[in-house]
Design a protein around this ligand. Structure first.
Ligand SMILES: Cc1ncc(COP(=O)(O)O)c(C=O)c1O
Length: 403
């Protein structure tokens, strides 16, 4: 069949799929000698390869179980470990019926959308926000309502008005998506007061909260904020976690905790998506955790990434123009930088010519904006590259601003 004949059969979602402009831009960065502040990747140099290989010994002991189809709900020992290990963050030991192991936390967004949204429904998101979540939601034909952020995260005081207006226009709002800690891309953390207020608004308006938290355990300084999940007594919050940033994204193991009925629905959707998350991966992650390696690994990555963050902060302080606006993130992976008067897409081409890559700000806005922002990831580049990458970036800024 011809390409054209295929195209006539595509679904509306299939037909609307376009190569992501960000991916196209990132292809330009695959050149030798490129220093990448672009992708949000962990540092492979800190992957616990030896310990993880040791954990795979579980295949010898439990091979018959591990190589079989697993329960859609997840590998029970891993669920048990997570319920206890996360209890201090969640405010209690969550029950097995509330938890589902997923194929990365990315899958949580997909499953939750399948359960919650019909085409044309609205989801409230932070502006800026994680493009991967926007992509998944677009697959479900979500319409977005953006709420601006400042240093304390989503400006939740704007929400009641935004919700009232949208509802007056007949929009059906299904949930509020928030990345509460060291947000991707801004690095901002939602303050405790705002978390409480957000929960109040959620209860008042009957709109649930999707608390996405892949970076929460990566705090380099400052004080942890309680999860919104731990404050909730009304079943308003779905909490998603991930092993990607604290252990290895190649494991593709994440999890979600939600009210039992919502979890049950997500389990049913997942049965039709992938039946279960790889039991091989879950069992290895579980054994790694059971042997105490995760608890030993976390302080190491905190120390490692803190040094990289500090190296990037020092380099930026030395070389970025004085009008560059950014704060030093207390955790996570990213610096979010505003360069007033500079179109960061234009800057991107110059920076890549100079041998450094970042992600342009407009990638993080569902309805446009962020043209003078860029996101710089500090975890992936090697320490000796960070200073040089910052110098290349500063040179590109000089070149495009003509100063
Ligand atoms: C905010 C946020 N949520 C979810 C994900 C997805 O992570 P994973 O599917 O690897 O768990 C990412 C990955 O970068 C992210 O930044």
């Amino acid at each position: 069949m011809s390409e054209k004949a295929w195209q006539e059969l595509y679904s509306e979602v299939g037909a609307a799929l376009k190569p992501s402009p960000i991916r196209e831009l990132l292809k330009l960065t695959k050149k030798p000698g490129m220093i990448s502040f672009a992708g949000g990747n962990p540092d492979p140099a800190i992957f616990p390869v030896k310990e993880f290989a040791e954990a795979t010994q579980i295949f010898r002991e439990k091979g018959e179980e591990v190589l079989q189809y697993g329960m859609t709900e997840g590998f029970e020992p891993l669920k048990g470990f997570l319920a206890n290990w996360m209890a201090p963050k969640m405010g209690r030991v969550t029950q097995p019926e509330e938890m589902l192991i997923t194929t990365g936390s990315q899958q949580v967004t997909d499953l939750f959308c399948s359960v919650m949204v019909d085409p044309g429904d609205t989801v409230i998101v932070e502006e800026p926000t994680y493009p991967g979540a926007l992509h998944t939601m677009k697959n479900h034909r979500v319409r977005f309502l953006g709420v601006p952020c400042d240093e304390n995260g989503m400006q939740v005081e704007l929400l009641p008005d935004i919700i009232r207006k949208a509802r007056a226009e007949g929009r059906k709002i299904k949930f509020i998506y928030t990345i509460v800690n060291f947000q991707n891309p801004s690095g901002y953390t939602l303050s405790e007061n705002r978390r409480r207020r957000l929960l109040e608004i959620s209860i008042e308006t009957g709109i649930p909260i999707y608390e996405d938290d892949p970076y929460g355990l990566l705090r380099y300084n400052g004080t942890d904020q309680p999860t919104i999940f731990s404050m909730d007594t009304q079943g308003m919050v779905l909490y998603a976690g991930s092993f990607s940033k604290i252990l290895a994204p190649g494991s593709r193991v994440g999890w979600v905790v939600a009210p039992k009925d919502v979890t049950r629905k997500m389990v049913m959707v997942k049965q039709g998506v992938d039946m279960c998350t790889s039991v091989v991966a879950q069992a290895a992650v579980y054994e790694y955790c059971r042997l105490g390696y995760l608890d030993g690994h976390l302080p190491k990555i905190l120390d490692h990434y803190r040094k990289k963050r500090d190296a990037m902060a020092t380099a930026f302080r030395e070389v970025l123009p004085e009008n560059a606006v950014y704060s030093i993130p207390e955790g996570g992976f990213f610096f979010w930088i505003r360069l007033p008067g500079i179109d960061t897409k234009e800057l991107f081409y110059k920076a890549v010519e100079n041998g450094v890559a970042f992600v342009i700000g407009e990638s993080f806005y569902p309805s446009g904006g962020g043209k003078d922002y860029l996101r710089a990831c500090f975890t992936f580049a090697q320490p000796e590259e960070i200073g040089e990458g910052a110098r290349r970036l500063a040179l590109a800024i000089k070149e495009v601003s003509g100063k």
